[in-house]
Ligand binder design. Structure first.
Ligand SMILES: [Zn+2]
Ligand SMILES: [Zn+2]
Length: 434
């Protein structure tokens, strides 16, 4: 994901929120949690965990060492957990061990990128790097776990601490959901580090927030031949050209203006000779959309097959859903968004709680939100000394001063959700508000 620049515009739009909830127990919320998270025994501990994880990034579902470290830390905190969740996931439990249940989620996987940042905790594994900040997400959720455990007797329900594998293209969230372990959860919260947002600033929005995404490849088959005699064959190159132009019409002619959608053909392979018409041309690319993501997928297939047929070619389309599943859009529940604004405003002040713009990057947190109310937000980690390298860059870096904010917000969101939101309403938000 590439968040850089996404926030630049909305940093100028400061929002003043009117709290609609009165936080009932300030001994376990907002500034107290932040103060707690800033103490060396929490802050230094989180930084140490993040540094260790950063040195040994693992990919997709194979986050064995990371998972073991999480389990060790939960053992040390005397927090019970379930392991081997979706292969390497871990779910910790803190609170009354009875309903109501609320969940906090962190992803644990790295990326197949060779780190170019020279620092003492540089990745020790060639070709692998925590370039999306999931090492920081894991450390901050452990920080929240520590804070929540120390306030366990005050919790009015149970917080599930979800450490998830395979966010980067593997739909780990979908596999965690399939285990059934989150079935009784009333709400789920997640965060992502944002390298173009200052430390101590957060952002989110109600409704559509981050686009859904998918990948496609099409093999267009004609009948190859000599470049001098195109009439003797069926040229898949011209067919592919028409397909590519027609795919762009899905955005310019079918998408509603104001509803962000993207179709990008990024791959094009034909003959490697100047005078040979190939038998096949392969095109491939990526598409992004919000609520219309599945409709867009269907139209991409229809257009490729039909437009290829216009040129007497056949087309086979592959969406790779077994290895790169279609990600739905991140859509934040409105009431949870109000809750987030209240908690963050109490902790940070209104000037540091921003309404984020919609972005066309994706997040598998959306799979949870298809099943239960959820809220996802961005946490500023801008590193003033290294500049604004985007996530998924080999130069990506994090200002670790942000960790207490992430840990304290996680802890506060869950605690006050149990005490104030469920306490006052006694039931979960209806699905139709998703
Ligand atoms: Zn990423
Ligand atoms: Zn990420």
């Amino acid at each position: 994901m590439a968040f850089a620049k996404c926030f630049t515009s909305f940093l100028l739009v400061l929002c003043v929120f009117v709290p609609t909830l009165v936080l009932s127990d300030l001994s376990i919320t907002s500034s107290n949690f932040l103060e707690h998270a800033n103490k060396p025994e929490v802050f230094d501990w989180m930084v140490g965990i993040r540094n260790d994880l950063h040195e040994c990034p693992e990919l997709l579902y194979d986050v064995f060492e990371t998972s073991e470290r999480v389990r060790q830390e939960l053992d040390n905190l005397k927090i019970p957990y379930k392991s081997s969740v979706a292969k390497t996931g871990v779910i910790g439990y803190v609170g009354t061990m009875e309903e109501p249940f609320v969940a906090l989620r962190a992803d644990m996987d790295g990326l197949p990128i060779h780190e170019m940042v020279e620092w003492e905790h540089k990745s020790k594994i060639d070709g692998k790097m925590h370039a999306c900040g999931h090492d920081a997400h894991t450390a901050m959720l452990l920080g929240a776990s520590k804070i929540l455990k120390e306030h366990e007797k005050e919790l009015q329900g149970t917080v599930l601490l979800v450490f998830q594998p395979a966010e980067e293209g593997g739909a780990g969230a979908r596999e965690v959901w399939k285990t059934g372990l989150l079935k009784e959860v009333k709400a789920i919260f997640g965060l992502h580090v944002a390298p173009d947002v200052p430390v101590g600033v957060v952002g989110s929005r109600a409704g559509d927030f981050m686009a859904g995404s998918g990948t496609f490849e099409a093999v267009i088959t004609g009948e190859g031949g000599h470049a001098a005699q195109p009439h003797m064959g069926i040229d898949p190159v011209v067919a592919a050209a028409n397909v590519i132009i027609s795919l762009q019409h899905l955005i310019s002619r079918e998408a509603e203006p104001g509803d962000p959608q993207v179709v990008t053909v990024a791959k094009l392979e034909g003959s490697d000779a100047f005078n040979v018409i190939p038998n096949t041309v392969t095109i491939g690319g990526s598409f992004r959309a919000f609520s219309t993501i599945r409709h867009l997928r269907r139209r991409i297939e229809e257009v490729i097959v039909a437009q290829a047929a216009v040129s007497k070619c056949n087309a086979a389309v592959n969406f790779f859903e077994d290895v790169k599943p279609l990600y739905p859009a991140v859509n934040n529940n409105e009431k949870l968004y109000d809750h987030f604004k209240n908690v963050a405003t109490q902790m940070l002040g209104p000037q540091r709680v921003l309404e984020a713009p919609q972005v066309t990057v994706s997040e598998d947190f959306a799979f949870y939100q298809e099943e239960l109310p959820g809220l996802f937000f961005f946490l500023g980690i801008k590193n003033e000394t290294h500049g604004e390298e985007p996530v998924h860059s080999a130069h990506f870096d994090i200002a670790q001063d942000a960790f207490p904010y992430g840990a304290a917000l996680h802890a506060s969101l869950a605690t006050t959700y149990l005490s104030d939101v469920l306490g006052s309403q006694g039931k979960q938000y209806p699905r139709d508000e998703l």
